[in-house]
Design a binder for this molecule. Structure first.
Ligand code: NAP
Length: 250
């Protein structure tokens, strides 16, 4: 593994020909990452729940010189069932035959309450979207990842997924679980061509961050574009063999 992924410098064709699915590609970090992957030559599959927002990202990619036409995968992770996961995986298999990159980025924040006051239904919803749906998506995509000779899975954690902090509720618990998901899968795939790692983006200027810290000066935060080098490193061939890591993007 390179010493500093934050300053990773890469060529403009680093991801040429790679098929990469980004969950939560309609906004924030996932959107910035999907656009950068497309700029670097990847065939990008844009996952999200909002068709108009995904279409806007689609349009930005098709307007890029030489970018491969992206695909849109609409699936609301709060409502998806076993059949909808299977249907999505099947349609990607039919269209592309394999996956070289899977970035599990979509998440919800829930509410900033103490555990004593946390609504149990909301707790379940946050755990469902951030953990159970992430697991279910990963599971249905495993056969497609095995068809790549150089596949990279990235999970998305958080600082509060490493050290529990007051009032982060289900979100923090879900990010501890995400670190666990990443470690278990990395160990299970250590003798395969699939690498599995977890990124903690750090404080980044997105709608989620604004919801968590409404009074903060947004101009002091890194933008989604600023934190991409670690993601790009893990998606490119140079990180082959790097697995089971939990990496800070800042
Ligand atoms: P964001 O701007 O709120 O974007 C979240 C993405 O997830 C959006 O595309 C959203 O879709 C999608 N999503 C949410 N619920 C969904 C559902 N039920 N079904 C399908 N898609 C759904 O958040 P972000 O800040 O970019 O966060 C990206 C990742 O980084 C998350 O895993 C977050 O926990 C993590 N993170 C962020 C920060 C930070 O400071 N921003 C810090 C640490 C970790 P819509 O556009 O339809 O809402």
């Amino acid at each position: 593994m390179i010493e500093d992924t934050k300053t990773y410098a890469y060529a403009d064709d680093l991801l040429r020909g790679r098929i990469i699915l980004v969950t939560g590609a309609s906004d924030g970090i996932g959107k910035a990452l999907a656009l950068e992957c497309a700029r670097l030559g990847a065939q990008v599959i844009l996952h999200g729940r909002s068709v108009p927002k995904l279409e806007a990202v689609y349009d930005q990619i098709t307007a890029m010189d030489g970018a491969a036409r992206p695909s849109i995968a609409v699936l609301d992770l709060a409502a998806a069932n076993a059949e909808s996961y299977m249907t999505l995986a099947q349609s990607i298999e039919d269209e592309f035959g394999r996956l070289d990159g899977l970035v599990q980025n979509a998440s919800i924040l829930g509410e900033r309450y103490s555990l004593e006051q946390y609504d149990a239904v909301l707790f379940q919803r946050v755990m469902h979207v951030n953990v159970t749906a992430t697991f279910a998506l990963t599971q249905v995509f495993m056969p497609l990842l095995h068809k790549s000779d150089d596949a990279s899975v990235i999970f998305t954690s958080s600082g509060v997924g490493r050290t529990g902090k007051a009032f982060w509720g289900a979100y923090a618990v879900s990010k501890f679980a995400t670190e666990g998901l990443s470690q278990v899968l990395a160990d299970e795939t250590k003798h395969t061509d699939i690498r599995v790692n977890c990124i903690n983006p750090g404080a980044t200027r997105t709608a989620m961050r604004l919801a968590a810290y409404p009074a903060e000066d947004r101009d002091l935060l890194k933008t989604p574009e600023d934190i991409l080098p670690t993601y790009i490193y893990l998606l490119g061939a140079e990180s082959k063999g790097v697995t089971g890591q939990s990496i800070d993007a800042q």
